[in-house]
Design a protein around this ligand. Structure first.
Ligand SMILES: [Zn+2]
Length: 339
């Protein structure tokens, strides 16, 4: 009888026996905590999170901790401060303190059994916008005496970036006076997985009376005027002997249409507000085949702030106060579009 009882106990232990959490592992990119559990089941757990202390409590059912699991791990990397582990009543408990600005996501796996906590930095969760200052380096863009388009563009991009960086992850195709080809700009943006591409330029015309603000989106069927502006902006790569890559034409027709509609909506918002703050003539929005917009996989606009060839507008385009007002105005339109 006693022997039978012992066998029964052994069987119960076999069927309902606790598993061992064999180790705590860490992965980089993405940052993860992995708990390897010595069975093939889907782990059962409960979790609680306290935002103030940034403490995640995790209790994994029916498990004990391997002796190799340290009671306290002072991790202190970019996402985790420390991890405390302990057993209690056939459950394993973990107290994980995250660094500030870190979010997490828990997933479970079977065969082999695993519990994976992925840490996501909040700044990485912000949508990515690429800001593009037209021209740069040996390419001055449009000029009017000492007023250079490349300088106005970079000043404006920096101000705009400052306005947006609280809510978006901002990347710049250039942050100083360097030359970048047109095709490299959209490639950079696609590589960053941006949701929006915004290029800033200043216009020019041989007729010094030409004036006003206009915003462009990509179109395969431009008007004669829009084509002339695009031809000027597109001449950069050819001028410096850069061949266009066939890769830039891969965006398919459905994406093209969708991006065009979205870009047009953003362009309208930008041009209307911008003309209000500068007092420049509102020349509206137009579609044209800009090389810098053509390769973009996401909505993209090109802003011609005003005419640097027009003396009155040039004075305003270089005025820090006007630049600040323009940056605030463009940022407002982008925020409205992103809602
Ligand atoms: Zn330009």
């Amino acid at each position: 009888m006693r022997k039978l009882f012992l066998i029964f106990i052994l069987m119960v232990n076999f069927a309902f026996g606790v598993s061992i959490i064999e180790q705590i592992r860490f992965n980089n990119s993405p940052n993860q905590i992995v708990l390897d559990i010595g069975n093939n089941e889907v782990p059962k757990y409960i979790s609680m999170y306290d935002k103030n202390t940034r403490l995640l409590f995790l209790e994994v059912d029916n498990t004990n901790l391997s002796k190799s699991v340290d009671a306290i791990i002072e991790k202190n990397d970019e996402t985790i401060e420390r991890i405390e582990s302990m057993e209690f009543g056939g459950k394993s408990n973990f107290f994980i303190t995250f660094k500030e600005g870190v979010n997490y996501d828990i997933k479970v796996w079977k065969n082999p059994s695993r519990l994976v906590i992925t840490m996501i930095k909040e700044e990485e969760m912000k949508p990515i916008i690429v800001l593009d200052a037209g021209h740069g380096g040996k390419d001055y863009g449009a000029m009017n005496g000492d007023y250079w388009e490349k300088t106005v563009n970079i000043d404006m991009i920096k101000l705009l970036g400052k306005e947006l960086e609280k809510d978006f992850n901002i990347y710049y195709t250039r942050k100083d006076d360097t030359f970048i080809s047109l095709t490299d700009r959209s490639k950079f943006s696609n590589g960053k997985k941006a949701v929006l591409f915004v290029s800033i330029h200043s216009n020019a015309n041989t007729n010094k009376a030409s004036n006003g603000t206009e915003v462009f989106y990509f179109s395969k069927n431009p008007s004669v005027y829009a084509k002339s502006v695009a031809d000027f902006e597109n001449s950069v790569d050819e001028k410096y002997g850069i061949k266009e890559s066939a890769v830039d034409f891969l965006v398919n027709d459905i994406i093209y249409k969708q991006n065009q509609e979205r870009s047009k909506r953003l362009a309208k918002g930008i041009v209307n507000k911008l003309a209000d703050v500068t007092g420049f003539k509102n020349r509206g929005v137009q579609g044209a085949n800009f090389a810098v917009l053509r390769g973009s996989e996401v909505p993209a606009v090109l802003i011609e702030l005003g005419f640097i060839s027009n003396d009155q507008e040039a004075e305003k385009l270089v005025d820090p106060q006007v630049q600040d007002a323009m940056a605030k105005s463009i940022a407002k339109s982008i925020r409205e579009y992103m809602k």
